[in-house]
Design a protein around this ligand. Structure first.
Ligand code: T5A
Ligand code: NA
Length: 216
């Protein structure tokens, strides 16, 4: 806090969880809330389906195309690296004081691909060197509960047996930056817990918190 080399910056917040755990709903809630109290905030999401790579990912997820497991893994990773293109846009935004709320990140990349049977450590390698989130808010739900929510079954990974494996892999990825939040609570209660974590973190980042990179 007293170190003059530490510049005030925005926070890098990642939401993770199984399909239908409530990530997208909660991300937009947090963004609106933070903006409403005057904090510069942006919503990011991965996959970003709008880029050239993102369009390939989107076709794969909706079963319009088939790709080898390694290939799609690297595309998901490339989709994160392309947002880094020469300079780190993410880092620039954060340094300018903007907080980023990110719907899925490298943890999804590793959890989903390793759940298919790819080597866990191999899956982590292409993510190495990306900016590490200041916090990972994991929306915890059983695959059975998640499946009871609307619209399940449309995309490639939305199967119970598969989501069970993904949940195990997520458990293997947990580190000190993770906060586990019960995603089965009513939405407002989930939001309250997320806000508390995020506000505390933003304060720390305003006082200057060093950046770190995956996978530390
Ligand atoms: N993937 C992703 C990889 O394999 N590798 C990678 O590197 C990355 C980044 C697409 C897929 O890609 C995989 C993971 C995914 O399978 P996506 O586009 O983010 O990822 O799609 P989903 O995660 O499937 O997004 P969903 O829209 O299904 O889930 P969300 O965002 O978690 O849930 P949300 O907010 O849309 O809510 C789902 C429903 O639940 C209700 C909501 O109203 C909504 O109807 N709900 C609640 N109901 C009761 N109580 C609560 N607390 C609720 N919260 C939400
Ligand atoms: Na989503």
């Amino acid at each position: 806090q007293s170190n003059p080399n530490l510049q005030s910056r925005g926070a890098l917040v990642v939401l993770e969880g199984l399909d239908r755990s409530g990530k997208s709903s909660q991300c937009s809630e947090i963004v609106s809330y933070l903006q409403s109290i005057g904090l510069a905030t942006e919503l990011w999401r991965f996959p970003d389906r709008d880029t050239a790579v993102g369009k390939m990912i989107s076709a794969y997820l909706s079963n319009e195309s088939n790709l080898d497991d390694h290939t799609i893994h690297l595309l998901f990773s490339a989709n994160r690296w392309e947002k880094r293109d020469k300079r780190s846009l993410m880092e620039e935004k954060l340094k300018a004081g903007t907080t980023l709320i990110v719907d899925r990140y490298s943890y999804s990349g590793v959890a989903f691909s390793s759940a298919k049977g790819l080597d866990f450590n191999w899956c982590k390698v292409p993510e190495t060197g990306l900016l590490a989130p200041d916090i990972v808010l994991y929306l915890d739900i059983t695959p059975e509960k998640a499946a009871e929510r609307g619209g399940y079954g449309g995309e490639r990974y939305e199967r119970l047996d598969f989501q069970r494996k993904v949940r195990e892999k997520y458990q293997d990825l947990q580190d000190a930056s993770w906060k586990i939040v019960d995603a089965c609570l009513p939405m407002e209660e989930v939001q309250k817990k997320l806000r508390e974590h995020v506000l505390e973190l933003i304060k720390a980042c305003q006082n200057g918190k060093p950046f770190s990179h995956l996978w530390l």
